[in-house]
Write a protein that binds this ligand. Sequence first.
Ligand code: PEP
Length: 250
Amino acid sequence: MRPLVFAGNWKMHLGPEGARGFLTRYLAGHEPVQGREVWFFAPAVSVAAVAAQVAGRADLRAGIQNVHWEAKGAFTGETSVAMAREAGATATLVGHSERRHVFGETDQETGLKVRAALAGGLIPMLCVGETLAEREAGATLAVVRRQLDVLAGLDAAELGRMRIAYEPVWAIGTGKNATPEDAAEVHGAIRGRLGELGAPADRVSILYGGSVKPDNAAALVAETEIDGVLVGGASLDPESWRAIVRADRD
Ligand code: PEP
């Protein structure tokens, strides 16, 4: 069975001191649960602090929010996969909607980042999702399929190491979210497309993201197609994060 993954995206919050303080408070009440994983996508400067605190805990993972696809060079402000690994990251977000829509990241670039992460030993969590205009135009599934097309050409073993996060852009940081049923329908389509691309689709975790809070997390993870949640705002408070991580699946 696929594990349930609870992933916090701290965005541009929590420097090293803040990360240590957050984790000290969160871990004081954290109890590992069979079949559940808790991931922290920290800003690059905080990855080492997170990695030090999750070291030795099999259910916890330190991740970075973005990597560059080149191994090194004149790319001011960027972080390579090897540098992220050296800091202790074992996973990276790729193509978060803020990367796509604020920084203009293209599908071609997300494809390069996925390949660099896989080659360098980071688990890529590829984020996909439609804008409100695309949803209203009935284009949700077409957009998500296009964003997944960057995976074409990867072999089954590589595809099996992917994680996908379905995050409708209109739901991120807005307080609006897809209903669990709507999200599950898109997740099913994503799983179908992964299968067409040659992935062992039953084994790939597909998370939902977009205004997940303690009071809606349980209904989302109750859907068998939803293998966890990617959470921005509500992952920044140790108590609300703990409540989300404990969301009951029944
Ligand atoms: C995100 O940043 O991936 C996200 C889903 O943010 P929020 O939970 O704040 O909507």
